[in-house]
Write a protein that binds this ligand. Structure first.
Ligand code: PMP
Length: 404
């Protein structure tokens, strides 16, 4: 059942044991993934024996760090199919979406223009657009979902008009695991002259991504969900779009020439990276990408598909469990158990060394749509295995006994 190519990787992750050395059944990888030792080592070396600043130093160590930092940009570009000049390092997906809203959005959108989002978006793909709405008066439309929880592109086709300038959709839902038909979304957006932004937070770690094949205009993701460190993520924007975008934050490293009379900007992507960047995080992100590619994203996707199929089958055998999302969700299973609040379930599972997420998952409009305040969510990673699912099921059965 379990893919041995990924099964054998559990030992690479020091975070997957408890303080007492027992197995820790970590089922919250959609929130953030555990880190393999190679990533931890890369980070420690970058912070220790190799540490120096980038871009400014004339000494060898700084030149090496600069090389490491720019190698990370190239590796990210290769990983998602873009060009290195199209990669802007950000703190994560949230910052990347805010960057697009506040630079491209402010420069290109005006009152009366429309943005199409969907019911299942993470707050970080809702709130930045609402902030833009406050500033320029754009209108936000919300695309509904199909019965099994995917973004309903037939409905999007009906809704889109020439007034839409942007479609911003999650590539994979962080609650339902549902996958977007990105190619069709791109056709629909481009058909009315709108740009397509894909929130790739949940797709980058669990499927092969090629921005050229996806035909999107912006793609964002967070390193910490991709087995890398927190504090680093990326925005990919099509070269011509990025080149025309005005800067966002001002400061060192994003300028060409500064004088009190006039300051000129560096070219993209440096124009969007004011200040000393997340050097060590970028270098560790390279290690994470190398690690993931060493296993293969197809292998990881197949493994997570098996985990989802197994988890859904086991959960649906339990009385009073309601499963959300499609059968073929990508690595994520949300559910509720009648009469047991997800927080109570999460707390009791914790006693069994099982970590799930319980709450609204930063997707309150989706919770409203589902008619719940919260769901329980089990999410898988390349290291998940059948023992994790068995522990989850045991924990749920115990919780049901406790609740009578
Ligand atoms: N979008 C999606 C779909 C997510 O799952 C998340 C993280 N839960 C985000 C955006 C925000 O990512 P970050 O907090 O790393 O910026």
């Amino acid at each position: 059942m379990t893919d041995t190519a990924t099964m054998s990787r559990k030992g690479d992750f020091p975070g997957l044991v408890t303080e007492t050395g027992d197995a820790w059944h970590y089922l919250d990888t959609a929130a953030t993934s555990q880190k393999p030792q190679v990533v931890i080592d890369a980070m420690a070396n970058a912070l220790g024996r190799d540490y120096a600043t980038v871009h400014r130093g004339v000494y060898g160590r700084s030149a090496n760090m600069t090389l490491g930092y720019e190698t990370a940009r190239r590796r990210v570009a290769e990983f998602i199919g873009g060009h290195e000049d199209e990669i802007v390092f950000t703190r994560g997906a949230t910052e990347a979406i805010n960057l697009v809203a506040q630079t491209w959005g402010l420069a290109n959108l005006k009152a009366g223009d429309r943005i199409l989002l969907s019911t299942l978006e993470h707050h970080s793909n809702i709130v930045p657009w609402q902030m833009l709405r406050e500033r320029v008066g754009v209108e936000i439309d919300v695309c509904p979902l199909t019965a099994d929880g995917a973004i309903d592109l037939d409905a999007a086709a009906e809704m889109l008009s020439e007034r839409h300038k942007l479609v911003a959709f999650a590539h994979v839902s962080n609650v339902l695991g549902s996958k977007l038909d990105a190619g069709r979304a791109a056709d629909l957006a481009h058909g009315v002259g709108a740009k397509l932004l894909l929130d790739g937070c949940q797709s980058a770690p669990r499927m092969a991504v090629d921005v050229a094949a996806l035909d999107c205009d912006f793609y964002v993701f967070s390193g910490h969900k991709l087995y890398g460190p927190t504090g680093i993520g990326a925005l990919w924007a099509r070269g011509d779009i990025l080149a025309a975008m005005p800067p966002w934050q001002g400061g060192g490293a994003m300028i060409d020439r500064v004088s009190f009379a006039k300051t000129t900007w560096a070219d993209a992507p440096q124009r969007f990276e004011a200040g000393t960047p997340a050097i060590t995080e970028a270098i560790a992100l390279t290690a994470a990408i190398d690690y993931v590619e060493g296993i293969g994203r197809d292998v990881i996707a197949r493994h997570e598909d098996m985990m989802v199929a197994k988890a859904r089958a086991e959960l649906s055998r339990i009385n009073s469990v309601r499963l959300f999302g499609p059968e073929d969700s990508a690595g994520i299973v949300s559910f509720e158990i009648e009469g047991i609040h997800p927080h109570d379930l999460g707390t009791i599972l914790d006693e069994e060394n099982v970590a799930i997420r319980a709450g609204h998952h930063c997707a309150q409009p989706l919770m409203d749509h589902l008619g719940v305040a919260a769901t329980a969510r089990a999410s898988f990673g390349l290291y998940s295995d059948e023992a994790d699912i068995a522990a989850l099921i045991r924990g749920i059965e115990r919780t049901q006994r406790i609740f009578g």
